[in-house]
Structures are given as structure tokens and as C-alpha cells.
Design a protein around this ligand. Structure first.
Ligand code: IFM
Length: 426
């Protein structure tokens, strides 16, 4: 074993998103979706973070963090089209001030799965005017927060968002249509490019990216040509095409589409990486959807040794692979999310520890990783899965809003404080 020192100034923290923690996000499309009974549980008061943000940031400081990722909520800031809620903006100014007072570097996402109801009523991200609407909203936020925020995430996990909301109908607007999904991707790329530009106009040293969910895809049955084919195709559309649109201005998936986005060329200052494990895929016959589905990991007792309480694969070597693969873009990498729901907290720590080992090894191999945000600081509302999954290094008792730091949070704090990790030789 030897001690690995992370680079000086490394950002250590945890991430949250507005709808998942704030509570009473009544103008968002997710709120309407929940009220319409489309999910088993509604978000309601969530973690009441809208009122308790200062004490939650105190907790983050007590855990040795020096950064914090959060999102601002479009639906609060523009509850009706063209009507700006100044009090909502003032609230986020307060939030950022509270972070700065505690020496927590803010990493601010502008869109994290939830959109204003008025936008979704017009077709959401499939409507061409979303690009301009998003830019207007970002402009307002940049005006209010721009001098206090350096790190921005324009859109969280664009491809997961599209898959869940536009291809699988699991979130608003509940579409299941590949054609609409393809429209939405184009609008997201353009919206990101517009936000990138205006954030830089506001502050030249802004660091802007997306948070890209970048799994390693593997075939369920690699001896089946169709499984292999659909796995490569999914990697191309989910991982490669999006990143080449934002770096080279070209989105191309053979047999699907070839587009150019000159305005999106070089629109990443760093790469935000969300990583949760490998995804095993097999080919499925479909009419309007994507011809791939996740396979039952139970079929892979030899290859999938460990799973989270969600049943997701746990595989730190794949994290190493993702980090080294994408370091070829020659951008700094900020790990904007990595985490697990584990009913046994000792296994959560093992997950964090294993993934930090992978980060250290990737840095040793040349990846320029500048920070790590665990998902999540708090247990929170996990979208269609409600409150059952618990990802937090801080446990939340939803009946009393009492916070209790988990042991995994304390172990993670030791790494954050020391900026070091004992690297286990393999
Ligand atoms: O809770 C989500 C988050 O909103 C986006 N990334 C994955 C997390 C865990 O599923």
C-alpha cells in the first residue's frame, strides 16, 4: 500500500439537485406529474433543503468538503413563461453566499431533469423555442449569480433525461417516441452551446460543461452478434455522439442521423462525469424505441460480482476505464456524480473507497481529474423510485427532517481532509 496525494486544490464534495431535496417545487413538471399520480410517491417537502440549506452546508463543511454541487430550479425562477420571480433568484443568491461564506466552491447545474410546467405543456425539449427560452433563463441566472459562480453544469445527464422522459415515458412529458427524442437531443445541444457562450460573456474564466452520464456498455451475451451490435450502437449514441457534438460540432450515428452544430464546437471547458457502473445490453425488437434493453444482471453471476441495493453493477475498474477513455478529450475532468444506494452503509463506504481508488489510478495514468462529488450529500427523492432508495452520506428522517451523518460520510471526510488515499496495489 502507498499513500496517493490528490492534486493540490482538488475539489471534494457531494451533489444534490433542486427537485430532489428542496421541497414544494410546485411549478415544475415533475410536481404536476407526481400530483397526477404518475409515480408511486410524491416529492412533497423532500429534505426541506429550501429552508435548511445553511445547516446542510454546515454538515458538508463538518465533513471536510471544499465544494458543493447543486442545481437552481428553472420552474421557480420563471414560474410562468416570461414572468421572472425575483424572490426565487434572490433565494439562490443567498444560497451561493452561504456556500462562499463556508469556503465551499459552488458547482451549479442549470437543468437537472425538471422543467417548468409551461415549457412541458408546449412539448418540452421537443419544441424548437426551448433553445431560446433556456438561454433567456440562463442569462437571468448568470446576471444574478455569475460573479460568485465559476463552475457551471448546463444540463445534467442529457442522454439519461432524454431516455427516461422522451423514449421510455417515465417522466414528464411521458413521451415514448424516438423521433421526438432525436429532436430533443438537437435542442439540448443548441441550448447548451447558447448557455456556454453567455456564461462566458458574463465571466471570462467561467468553467462550463454538462454532467455526462458515461457508463461502460457491455453486451449481455457477447457471443450474440445482435447484442454486440446494439451495444456498440448505444455507446455511439449515448456516449460518443454527444461528446463529439460538444467538442467537434458533429453528431453522427450511422443509420440514425448526421448533424452539424458549429455553435457547439469547443463548448466544454471541462468534462463533468457521472458514473454509476456498467450497463449490460441486449437487442430487442421495437417499433418507435431504441433497440436495446438492459438485461437481468442475475444472468451474469460470474461477470457481475457485486450490485447496489438498486441492483446496479458495482465495478470500479470500469470507472477507471471511463476516466482514462475520456481523458483523451484533453479536458480537465470533474466527477460530478458517483454514488450508490446501499442498505448496508459499510458497503456504501466500500463503494466510495473502491471508486476513489479508480480515480487515483486514473490520475496516475494521466487523466486530469480536478474533483469528485459523491451522489448525494443527503438521502433524497429518487424520481420515479420515490424515497425508498437512499444514496446519502447523510441520512434523512423524512418525518422529523433530522439529519444523521453516516459512517461512510465520516470515512469519506478523512479522504477529503487529508487529500490522500492509501492506494491498494492490485
Ligand atoms: O438521483 C439521480 C440524479 O438525479 C441523476 N444521476 C443519478 C442519480 C441516482 O440515480
Amino acid at each position: 500500500m502507498n499513500a496517493f496525494a490528490f492534486p493540490k486544490g482538488f475539489l471534494w464534495g457531494a451533489a444534490t439537485s433542486a427537485h430532489q431535496v428542496e421541497g414544494n417545487n410546485v411549478h415544475s413538471d415533475w410536481w404536476a406529474w407526481e400530483q397526477a399520480g404518475r409515480v408511486k410517491e410524491a416529492s412533497g417537502l423532500a429534505c426541506d433543503h429550501h429552508r435548511r440549506f445553511a445547516e446542510d452546508f454546515d454538515l458538508a463543511v463538518s465533513l471536510g468538503h471544499n465544494a458543493h454541487r447543486l442545481s437552481v430550479e428553472w420552474a421557480r425562477i420563471e414560474p410562468e413563461e416570461g414572468r421572472w420571480d425575483e424572490a426565487a433568484l434572490a433565494h439562490y443568491v443567498e444560497v451561493i453566499r452561504a456556500l462562499r461564506q463556508r469556503h465551499l466552491e459552488p458547482i451549479v447545474s442549470l437543468h437537472h431533469f425538471s422543467s417548468p410546467q409551461w415549457l412541458t405543456a408546449q412539448g418540452g425539449w421537443t419544441h424548437p423555442k426551448v433553445v431560446e427560452a433556456f438561454a433567456r433563463y440562463c442569462h437571468r441566472v448568470a446576471e444574478a449569480l455569475g460573479d460568485q459562480v465559476r463552475y457551471w453544469v448546463t444540463i445534467n445527464e442529457p442522454m439519461v433525461f432524454l431516455r427516461l422522459h422522451y423514449l421510455e415515458g417515465l417522466g414528464p412529458p411521458g413521451m415514448k417516441d424516438m423521433g421526438q427524442g432525436l429532436k430533443a437531443i438537437q435542442h439540448m445541444i443548441r441550448a447548451h452551446a447558447a448557455a456556454f457562450r453567455l456564461l462566458h460573456e458574463r465571466r471570462a474564466d467561467a468553467q462550463v460543461s454538462i454532467a455526462a452520464h458515461l457508463p461502460v456498455f457491455a453486451a449481455c451475451k457477447p457471443w450474440r452478434p445482435m447484442d454486440l451490435w446494439v451495444t456498440r450502437l448505444t455507446d455511439r449514441i449515448f456516449n460518443v455522439a454527444l461528446l463529439s457534438a460538444l467538442t467537434e460540432g458533429r453528431w453522427s450515428v450511422p443509420g440514425v442521423a448526421n448533424w452539424t452544430f458549429p455553435e457547439a464546437r469547443r463548448s466544454l471547458d471541462y468534462l463533468g462525469v457521472n458514473f454509476y457502473g456498467r450497463q449490460f445490453l441486449h437487442w430487442v425488437r421495437t417499433v418507435h424505441g431504441w433497440p436495446a434493453a438492459n438485461c437481468d444482471l442475475g444472468h451474469h453471476p460470474l461477470r457481475v460480482r457485486e450490485r447496489t441495493s438498486f441492483g446496479w453493477d458495482v465495478h470500479p475498474p470500469s470507472f477507471y476505464r471511463t476516466l482514462t477513455r475520456w481523458s483523451r478529450l484533453r479536458l480537465p475532468i470533474l466527477i460530478t456524480e458517483n454514488g450508490a444506494w446501499m442498505t448496508d452503509d459499510a458497503r456504501r463506504w466500500a463503494f466510495i473507497h473502491g471508486h476513489l481508488q479508480a480515480v487515483a489510478r486514473a490520475i496516475r495514468s494521466g487523466a486530469r481529474v480536478i474533483g469528485y462529488c459523491y451522489w448525494s450529500l443527503l438521502d433524497n427523492f429518487e424520481w420515479a423510485d420515490g424515497y425508498t432508495p437512499r444514496f446519502g452520506i447523510v441520512e434523512v428522517d423524512y418525518a422529523t427532517q433530522r439529519r444523521t451523518v453516516r459512517d461512510s460520510g465520516k470515512r469519506y471526510a478523512e479522504v477529503c481532509r487529508s487529500n490522500r488515499l492509501h492506494l491498494e496495489e492490485r
